[in-house]
Write a protein that binds this ligand. Structure first.
Ligand code: BES
Ligand code: ZN
Ligand code: ZN
Length: 493
């Protein structure tokens, strides 16, 4: 799907079909030409209301306000309503408040995210016929003819949406078609196509060398060997170093603390943190952000077998911390423990981990919201603000000294589960805290994406299955870091 911005008036643009956004039921705008039909259809023009008038090739879609996520939702709803038509060229008018960037981005993101489909395993595919979307900036062009920022906005939004869709693709792929080795292969192939990007893949021997006893224990019972994937994007004159760590459980059966059947379904999505980290790096490289960015992924399977790690085992992580295993289903934190130690060795300015870590986070915040945890309020707030712009939902979950005590073990330094059934998302993060060295504590953020990473129903512009959770918020956040250097660019969102 190609996007074009034009200063031409919407009426003057040649297209097969026109999408008109109606704001809060207001039918007075000049783009609304079919008031009688809309009244007959009792079209209310509220968020995501759609009225398609095939005889005049116009589709009306409502928003309550021009807030950017509503634009994304509306554009996604509009294009899905046109899915079965033969239209190739569609035009849409962009309402412009002060600058043409925000709306243009929202239109492009809504279109690309909203029309993603995962059909690899379907015999019958339903491809989208729409090839081009033309965005008229007539309202902005009336003020000035410089619409270069809008062209740039299209470019950036296309990248952000595409890499989000790449994360969805990784997550949706079934476990036997995306083993740790295959995920490493994907990362290595991706690196080949990108400038300034390199990929290192470590196997079991490397994990042994690195003394990653926790990661190795989780991996042991699988016939698919583990991989540590380390992608680096290093442009010239990089200003800061960002390290993203992703939980890459290509399957989580629970191990010997086996999951009940109902809970095991969808655990192919336990590699969502890895998919996000890899896709964030792809986005940073394609956007040519002026930062060094690393993606470190612990990829393995949590399975059962005669050589499986067990409750009662004591593991030694890379930093020497001993861990009493009391539940083999709390495996993500064990893999991340070693990966976080490795990540701090890169001396990051910011360290962000992404993981489908706990069911407790889903209980706390609901399935659409990412849990944000960390020691620095400023960092948490910055990420939450970026998430808000990106359209992702977040909630902050607070640490406290009492929850930390619940990880005490009688036989080792710490336990891999809390002694209480409450506050599980936070105690998991506090477990990880043991593997983030003192100088990095304030630079570290933990994103629990267990809820939004994979939802078994359509929600907004997200389809059934993977949503690419974490990718958009982290890329918006990274872009914010670039623009705080040049305050006058701050307006660019
Ligand atoms: N991968 C799961 C967490 C999860 C649950 C992700 C639901 C997505 C949806 C994780 O490895 C896990 O099983 N965690 C346990 C921890 C418990 C044993 C302390 C959980 O949340 O039940
Ligand atoms: Zn688990
Ligand atoms: Zn897991």
């Amino acid at each position: 799907m190609k996007f074009t911005v034009t200063e031409k008036k919407l009426d003057a643009v040649q297209a097969d079909c026109e999408i008109v956004i109606v704001v809060d039921g207001n039918l007075e705008h000049k783009w609304v030409k079919d008031r009688d039909d809309l009244e007959t259809l009792q079209f209310k023009g509220k968020l995501e209301d759609v009225a398609f008038l095939p005889h005049c090739h116009r589709l009306y879609v409502g928003v309550d306000t021009l807030e950017r996520d509503e634009i994304r939702l509306a554009v996604a709803a509009a294009l899905n309503a046109l899915k079965k038509t033969q239209y190739k060229k569609v035009k849409i008018g962009s309402y412009v408040k002060d600058c043409p960037v925000t709306n243009t981005k929202a239109i492009v993101e809504g279109a690309k995210l909203g029309t993603y489909t995962f059909e690899r395993y379907k015999s019958e595919k339903s491809p989208l016929n729409i090839e081009e979307i033309i965005i008229s900036l007539e309202e902005y062009a009336e003020k000035t003819l410089n619409y270069d920022p809008a062209v740039r906005a299209v470019f950036e939004a296309e990248i952000i949406a595409e890499v989000t869709n790449h994360a969805k693709e990784i997550v949706n792929t079934p476990p036997d078609d995306m083993t740790p080795a295959m995920l490493a292969e994907y990362a290595a192939e991706m690196a080949k196509d990108l400038e300034d990007v390199t990929c290192f893949v470590g196997d079991e021997n490397f994990l042994e060398e690195q003394q990653m006893g926790a990661f190795l224990a989780v991996s042991r019972a699988s016939t698919h060997a583990p991989r540590l994937i380390h992608l680096t994007y290093k442009p010239q004159n990089a200003q800061k170093r960002f390290v993203f760590v992703g939980k890459g459980l290509t399957y989580d059966s629970g191990g010997l603390s086996l999951k009940p059947s109902d809970y095991m379904v969808s655990m192919k999505a336990d590699k969502s943190g890895a998919a996000a980290a890899i896709s964030i790096l792809e986005g940073a490289a394609r956007l040519k952000l002026p930062f060094e960015v690393h993606a470190i992924v612990g990829a393995c399977e949590n399975m059962i077998g005669g050589n499986a790690y067990k409750p009662d085992d004591v593991l030694t992580a890379k930093n020497g911390t001993t861990i009493e295993v009391r539940n083999t289903d709390a495996e993500g934190r064990l893999v991340l423990a070693d990966c976080l130690c490795y990540a701090t060795e890169q001396q990051p300015d910011y360290l962000i981990d992404l993981a489908t870590l706990t069911g407790a986070c889903v209980v706390a915040l609901g399935e659409y919201t990412t849990g944000i945890m960390g020691h620095s309020s400023a960092l948490k707030h910055a990420m939450m603000a970026a998430a808000n712009k990106s359209g992702e939902l977040t909630g902050s979950l607070p640490f406290n000294r009492y929850l930390k005590k619940l990880l005490k073990s009688n036989v080792a330094d710490i336990c891999n589960i809390s002694s209480s059934r409450y506050g599980g998302a936070i105690t998991a993060a506090l477990f990880l805290d043991n593997f983030v060295d003192e100088p990095y504590k304030e630079k570290w953020l933990h994103l629990d994406i267990a809820g939004p990473a994979y939802v078994e129903k359509t929600w907004g512009y997200n389809q059934y299955g993977a949503s690419g959770a974490g990718v958009r918020m982290c890329l918006y956040w990274l872009k914010d870091q670039a623009s705080t250097k040049n305050a006058h660019h701050k307006k660019e969102q």
